[in-house]
Ligand binder design. Structure first.
Ligand code: GDP
Length: 446
């Protein structure tokens, strides 16, 4: 018999409804000690009074889920009360005094995993859904909540298993079973390898959706970087000034950009400087450039190109860039054609950040460059899953290598390792370290 856990499952604060949840063998028995209606049927909503030591403190709805048909796979009771802080706490504390134990972080979901109600991919999806900051993040998490990754991983595992069965048969019954041609085996293993690699490759895109992308706004002082940042943010946030170099530090803002989290970094202009503080800013700019996924490279149309521009162009080489010709409202000293000569393979967009003209074109270029992602193709979306599949991949790669140099026994051993890793995503096979890694991200009540 497992102990019965209890927690407030709604966020702490004032709301219309607050939920206390119990899971474990005593969930119903304990609930009946505070609830005045007799709960006879599972999955029915009972309305009644909630009392502590005979004193009614609230009214609420109680729903009982009989095991195994519950979130955790155990007996679960959800008590929906009014969403205060104190009333919920009183009920929680009273249930604890009656014998329930305060749930640990993510313990409800952990029990669900341990009881085979969901695998670790789905558990990861739960936390990702809760933490999602954008619509795309929600869609990504929910597709996995419905077992998308689980199904693909299971099918890969089965394929490895089938190949291994064939190998084992030839090892165990060399007289009766015809040996599988070397190239057939190799092809099957390569197919499996490709499939896992394809899964792993979706991790990068998922990071874009969950963590967002970093865009650095780069250019020499006074070209209008801060003004462009403001225009992109659609409100004044960065300091705009006419003295070169006032944007000493970098300024970062995260915006929800067509459903993607995008972090925009306004960098100080890169140039030689004796001023210590500005130098620090310059260092940060270089780092910002290095760690960014895309660069908005800003030029001033009212001033001719300088050495600084060219140096910066060199420093940002190899990065994904969008060239922005700002201040196009002023008399021209630098044209789009000149920039196109300098950046023949990159888009050049004329704007006036001050008049907010051309900002839409910059936005749609960003979208085209970075956010051309098909959510449906993404399967792997966090480090735990990535590591697990990478591990399995290593064993498949070993197996392919050994196929040429070693014995079938050793090939089979590698395949069994891969199978074991991929089996370790559900039920009793999950290792404690994996479990801990997942559930330390949860909060109490989930
Ligand atoms: P930064 O040093 O690159 O961040 O440049 P700022 O954004 O601080 O802008 C420098 C100066 O240029 C400010 O006076 C801005 O008002 C001005 N400025 C920025 N964008 C434009 C523009 O599109 N047109 C005009 N005429 N002035 C601009």
């Amino acid at each position: 018999m497992s102990d019965t856990i209890v927690a407030i499952s709604t966020p702490r604060g004032f709301g219309g409804i607050g939920v206390v949840r119990l899971s474990g063998d005593k969930a119903l028995e304990l609930t009946q000690k505070i609830f005045n209606k007799k709960i006879e049927l599972p999955r029915y909503a009972y309305y009644g009074a909630i009392s502590i030591e005979g004193t009614p403190i609230d009214t609420g709805i109680v729903i009982y889920y009989r095991k195994p048909h519950s979130y955790t796979g155990e007996d679960v009771v959800e008590i929906s009360m009014h969403g205060g802080i104190k009333n919920l706490e009183m009920v929680l504390n009273h249930l604890i005094s009656l014998g329930a134990r305060l749930a640990e972080k993510g313990e409800f979901t952990r029990r669900a995993v341990e009881n085979g109600k969901m695998d670790i991919f789905e558990a990861n999806a739960v936390i990702e859904l809760i933490e999602a900051k954008t619509e795309k993040g929600v869609l990504l998490a929910s597709s996995r909540l419905f077992g998308k990754l689980s199904k693909v991983v299971e099918s890969v595992r089965k394929k490895i298993h089938e190949v291994n069965l064939q190998i084992e048969a030839t090892i165990d019954f060399p007289m009766d079973v015809e040996e599988i041609p070397h190239n057939v085996l190799k092809n099957s293993l390569n197919e499996i390898k490709n499939e896992i690699e394809k899964l792993l490759s979706t991790y990068r895109d998922s990071k874009v959706i969950i963590e967002g992308v970093r865009i650095a706004i780069v250019g020499k002082p006074n070209v209008g970087k801060s003004t462009l940042l403001n225009a992109l943010l659609r409100f004044e946030r960065a300091i705009v000034s006419e003295i070169p170099g006032t944007t000493r530090d970098t300024i970062e803002e995260t915006i929800d950009f067509y459903g993607f989290p995008v972090k925009i970094i306004d960098t100080a202009g890169i140039r030689e400087s004796e001023d210590i503080i500005e130098k620090m800013g310059v260092e940060r700019s270089k780092r910002a450039i290095e760690t960014s996924d895309l660069i908005l490279f800003v030029f001033d149309a009212s001033a001719p190109l300088t050495e600084d521009d060219l140096e910066l162009a060199k420093f940002t080489e190899g990065k994904m860039r969008i060239i922005v010709l700002n201040k196009s409202d002023l008399p021209k000293a630098l044209t789009k054609e000149e920039l196109l000569k300098l950046f023949p393979n990159e888009p050049v967009i004329e704007i006036s950040a001050l008049l907010k003209e051309g900002i839409d074109a910059v936005e749609s270029e960003i979208k085209k460059k970075l956010l051309n992602i098909d959510i449906d193709s993404i399967l792997v979306s966090n480090k735990i899953e990535y590591d697990l599949l990478s591990n399995a991949l290593t064993h498949i790669e070993n197996a392919i290598e050994i196929l040429d140099t070693g014995t079938l026994d050793l090939v089979s051993e590698e395949l069994r390792e891969a199978i074991e890793i991929l089996s370790g995503v559900s039920g009793e096979n999950i290792g404690e370290t994996v479990l801990r890694a997942i559930f330390e991200r949860f909060c109490i009540g989930k």
